[in-house]
Design a protein around this ligand. Structure first.
Ligand code: NAG
Ligand code: NAG
Ligand code: NAG
Ligand code: NAG
Ligand code: NAG
Ligand code: NAG
Ligand code: NAG
Ligand code: NAG
Length: 535
């Protein structure tokens, strides 16, 4: 029920009271209610009354559709319908000659038809102010209408809505990190509580805000600066302090070749890595890393020099030569590079170098190393190549390889060394003259007298045969039992011989002679006691 449509009986009573209380100066027109607030298109009843002591002429002057619904002496009740806008109908009365009038204020209220939050910036940089606009169309009375900006459910600010059918209300907001992903909305409030009505709210659809931080500096791009053709290498691009890091997009490219970076976020840090393979084209290429967040992009560029540098071309006239053959070693470099051939006469900055030699046994297994140097983007690069020469010689078995005279103490610890040299490696065989026993090459611990002897060593290879004699002497102490046996034998024989002689002479010579023989025997006994001396 519209608030203006009061009960007709009550209105009649009020009109009667108005008639009974004459206003100052006699005839007066009054209206009930003096003020009404009704919804747009609604209706309201208005009672006009006159304070006149006799019947008077009463009327209501309005453009609105009116209908007299009741009347009495000096009062009339009108119903006004389809009230679309604010209006002030006038009640008038004529009492005798005197005319008077009074107006009633009818205020129409309506809810806004549209409450909208204008589209937000897609991405809003953090710590920058931006404007949020609430669009309100309709809504009356405007004096009672306000609009609020909401962040989620929190009211950030309230502003009145100015007059006009469609009004925009602007709010300035400082973007924060915490605002990322938060819904913002507008809400109108039509506050008619002072009019005895309620508080009416209308809300807009929410819009999600996206805030971001993309630092101006600090983007790093790590890469090799000089790269050989065909190389694969890893490049990485890093940036700290960006928010929200997970929303960042990374583009990496080498020249016109797009890379496929692998992106890892850690807090506010971003790391993008990608494998790059240099194509076959030499020269400088741009490696670029671009980080895009929100509507901004940061990029970093590095120059990568791609070069081609094959190892030097090193040759030997023959890789395997017989002794005393002339060998030519030659080293050639790729265009632009310079070479240095080890042992060759130094010729600075030359693209080729040569060396000649008369191959000797000492050159067998000798390495020839050639180093090429190339300057790329201010850096010197080196590449080496090494070749080994094989010189056929031998077999060799000289004093150095196999000493021919060894003299050792029995029981001592020794090492017998005998090794044939040659390329190909000769086979060595040493056998003792007489019994053919093998020469015990290697560690002898202890040396035994049985190894003594003269050995004949023979070194064989496809290149010939060589021979050498090796004498092994073992010195040993002649101890007592060894010497006693022959001595005792001699003495025994001597004694038997002497006895036979004495017996024979006893018959011919005197006692004196016998005594002389006895003395000789004593002499032999003395000799028996003398200690043996080593030879
Ligand atoms: C009309 O009004 C005048 C003054 O306002 C007053 O003096 C006069 O008495 C009134 N006439 C009648 C008939 O009430
Ligand atoms: C924001 O609004 C959308 C659309 O109404 C809703 O789906 C989403 O859940 C809201 N997000 C938050 C954080 O309230
Ligand atoms: C505005 O809010 C009122 C109640 O508060 C509701 O009756 C009305 O339908 C709303 N208007 C719109 C356009 O949503
Ligand atoms: C890359 O090379 C260009 C010339 O091609 C030069 O202007 C630029 O300074 C170089 N950039 C870097 C980072 O060296
Ligand atoms: C190589 O050296 C050996 C020994 O000095 C010599 O006999 C020979 O003639 C040399 N050969 C050449 C080609 O110079
Ligand atoms: C190549 O030769 C240069 C100069 O002789 C040397 O400094 C470098 O260590 C060598 N590199 C290799 C891999 O042998
Ligand atoms: C072997 O060596 C010993 C002692 O070193 C020496 O007396 C002897 O003459 C040498 N014999 C030969 C054949 O050189
Ligand atoms: C060495 O060669 C000779 C003949 O060339 C041969 O009689 C001898 O058995 C060979 N010795 C070895 C150890 O091969």
């Amino acid at each position: 029920m519209a608030p203006g449509a009061a009960h007709p009986a009550l209105l009649a009573l009020l009109a009667l009271l108005g008639a009974l209380l004459p206003g100052p100066g006699g005839a007066e027109t009054s209206v009930q209610p003096p003020k009404a607030i009704i919804p747009q298109g609604g209706s309201v009843r208005v009672t006009c009354s006159a304070s006149c002591d006799h019947p008077s002429i009463l009327g209501l002057e309005t453009e609105l559709t009116k209908k007299e619904v009741d009347h009495g002496e000096n009062w009339k009740t009108f119903e006004l319908t389809n009230v679309l806008s604010d209006s002030t109908p006038k009640c008038f009365s004529t009492c005798s000659e005197n005319q008077s009038s009074t107006s009633v204020s009818i205020i129409v209220y309506r809810f806004p038809e549209h409450v909208k939050l204008a589209p937000l910036p897609t991405w809003q940089p953090v710590d920058e102010h931006f404007i949020l606009t609430c669009q309100v169309s309709g809504g009356a009375p405007r004096a009672h209408l306000s609009v609020m900006l909401l962040r989620g459910e929190e009211v950030l600010e309230r502003q009145p809505v100015a007059k006009g059918e469609s009004t925009e209300v602007m709010f300035t907001v400082l973007a924060k990190r915490e605002d990322h992903g938060v819904n913002f909305s507008c809400r109108t409030e039509l506050d008619l509580r002072s009019e005895g009505l309620g508080l009416f709210q209308n809300s807009s659809a929410p819009r999600k805000l996206q805030t971001f931080v993309l630092p101006m500096t600090g983007l790093h791009l790590d890469t090799l600066r000089i790269v050989e053709v065909g190389t694969q290498w890893l490049v990485s691009c890093t940036l700290d302090g960006l928010f929200p890091a997970s929303e960042a997009e990374v583009h990496m490219a080498l020249g016109d070749q797009n890379l496929e970076p692998k992106i890892v976020n850690h807090g506010d840090s971003l790391l993008a890595t990608a494998w790059v393979k240099s194509n076959e084209e030499e020269g400088t290429q741009h490696l670029v890393c671009q980080v895009t967040l929100g509507d901004q992009t940061r990029s970093r560029l590095e120059n990568v020099t791609i070069y081609s540098f094959p190892a030097p071309y090193l040759t030997l006239s023959r890789p395997q030569v017989p002794e005393w053959t002339t060998v030519t070693v030659e080293c050639k470099a790729h265009a632009g590079a310079v070479v240095t051939l080890e042992d060759a006469p130094a010729r600075l900055g030359a693209p080729r170098a040569q060396l000649q030699l008369n191959a000797s046994a000492e050159d067998n297994g000798r390495s020839f190393s050639c180093s090429a140097a190339l300057e790329v983007a201010g850096q010197w690069l080196y590449k080496n190549r090494t070749l080994k020469l094989s010189v056929l010689y031998g077999p060799r078995l000289d004093e150095r390889d196999c000493p021919g005279n060894w003299t050792w103490q029995e029981g001592s610890q020794q090492t017998l060394r005998c090794q044939a040299r040659g390329n190909p490696l000769p086979k060595l065989k040493c056998s003792r003259k007489g019994d053919g026993a093998s020469l015990p090459i290697g560690d002898l611990r202890p040396v035994k007298r049985e190894v003594a002897g003269t050995y004949l060593c023979q070194a064989n290879s496809s290149r010939g045969v060589t021979k050498r004699e090796v004498v092994v002497n073992v010195i040993y102490h002649q101890n007592i039992p060894a010497i006693i046996v022959p001595v005792v034998a001699v003495i025994t024989l001597g004694a038997v011989g002497a006895a036979a002689y004495i017996y024979y002479r006893k018959q011919k010579k005197q006692i004196y002679e016998l005594q002389k023989a006895q003395k000789g025997w004593e002499k032999s006994g003395k000799k028996l006691n003398t200690p043996a001396t080593p030879p």
